[in-house]
Design a protein around this ligand. Structure first.
Ligand SMILES: Cc1ncc(C[n+]2csc(CCOP(=O)(O)OP(=O)(O)O)c2C)c(N)n1
Length: 368
């Protein structure tokens, strides 16, 4: 297996000492190593932004930046890869490190299957040279291929298979921003909501926790739309649903990483003034689902950003008591945006949704 420190040292010794990206579960050991050792690591809002950061770094220093991402993020990065760093435009070298979820032949969740199959074709169609990295890859040999491309001012990608890295545990863990357990907070919210309300929940563990909570409460899953992929788009799915059926309350259960990824949604949500759309963000200040790397949401007040975006009835809570009162206000129509500060961490035995997405969609539409 590859020692994340060895890859990090190789890259920095070759002058690639600027890192930007969005964390990924397959790259979590490498992302954690960078977070602990580099003073030049930007955990970006989305993968396209990360390419922009690497391009800016190159403009300032003449040295390529390193951009890490899950293959789900290739879509976010396509525009700056084609219209900024591409050889037909500014010819800016950048090293991409891409976690290969859904690799053909390996079992993975439904949202990763197509992305996994299309990862190499997508990289090829973008004209980006690449090496496939697995546990037996030789970093020095791979670097020779990457360096050649980078010297020609072209991007190069390392497509990293599952299990390639020696485990490395993040040491610089930021303190929790709240004492409240996320599953407990979720339970309080679900308990207070009207039975017939619909929920659109975000990518990662929150949707898995909602699924398990429904099982525990012996309730139907039919009113929940679990956004298993499409990170950052949850509030727009919920808004679209709310606008499509003004007679039903639609609650968006979001994460801080997800809100940050496409934050422009907030003023758009405000502008629609849909009384039946309600946004609840579980803010743990981290990308908890993929390794706990920090997000900038740990040091900003998302409910103030919502307010400044035009969502006047917004508030932040961090105790169970405050939360109960806030959800009641929301149900009564007196609150549109609720930020719940919660602790990082999830149960190690957390399950995954067992209903196939297309069937879950039919059930949700029926409830709608
Ligand atoms: C476009 C895209 N980039 C990255 C990922 C990998 N990913 C899945 S969940 C997640 C973290 C989500 O963070 P947040 O919304 O704060 O929720 P938390 O995991 O903390 O519950 C990431 C980065 C993804 N699924 N899609």
């Amino acid at each position: 297996m590859i020692d994340p420190g060895k890859l990090y040292n190789k890259l920095t010794s070759e002058g690639l000492d600027f890192f930007a990206g969005v964390p990924d579960s397959l790259l979590k050991d490498f992302c954690a190593y960078i977070e602990d050792h580099s003073s030049n690591n930007v955990i970006a809002a989305n993968e396209g932004n990360a390419v922009g950061l690497a391009a800016g770094h190159y403009l300032a220093t003449g040295r390529p930046g390193v951009v890490y991402m899950q293959n789900s993020g290739i879509g976010n990065a396509v525009n700056p890869l084609i219209s900024l760093v591409d050889e037909d435009v500014y010819k800016i070298p950048v090293l991409l490190i891409v976690g290969w979820r859904g690799e053909p032949g390996l079992k993975d969740e439904p949202q990763h299957v197509k992305q996994g199959k299309l990862t190499l074709p997508l990289i090829e169609c973008l004209g980006i040279g690449y090496s496939i990295i697995d546990e037996s890859s030789n970093i020095d040999e791979t670097w020779i291929k990457a360096e050649k491309r980078l010297k020609d001012n072209k991007p190069y990608a390392l497509i990293v298979k599952k299990g390639s890295f020696v485990p490395y545990k993040l040491k610089k863990i930021k303190p929790d921003i709240s004492e409240m357990n996320k599953e407990k907070a979720l339970e309080i919210v679900v308990e207070q909501l009207e039975k017939e309300s619909l929920i659109v929940s975000t990518t990662g563990k929150l949707s898995r926790e909602l699924f398990e909570l429904r099982e525990k409460r012996e309730e139907t899953h039919n009113r929940d739309f679990l956004t298993v992929g499409s990170m950052g788009h949850t509030s727009q799915i919920a808004l679209g649903a709310a606008l499509g059926n003004p007679g039903k309350n639609v609650y968006c259960f979001d994460g801080d990483g997800s809100v940050l990824m496409h934050m422009g949604s907030l003023p758009v949500n405000a502008s629609k003034k849909a009384a039946n759309f309600k946004h609840i963000v579980f803010n743990n200040g981290a990308h908890d689902s993929v390794g706990g790397q920090p997000t900038v949401a740990g040091s900003v007040i998302l409910s103030d950003i919502a307010k400044a975006s035009g969502i006047e009835k917004s508030m932040q809570v961090k105790t169970e008591n405050e939360l109960k009162k806030a959800v009641i206000r929301m149900v009564e129509g007196d609150l549109d945006f609720l930020e719940i500060l919660v602790k990082k961490g999830a149960r190690p035995d957390l399950g995954r949704p067992t209903i196939p997405p297309s069937e879950a969609k039919e059930n949700f539409m029926e409830s709608m």
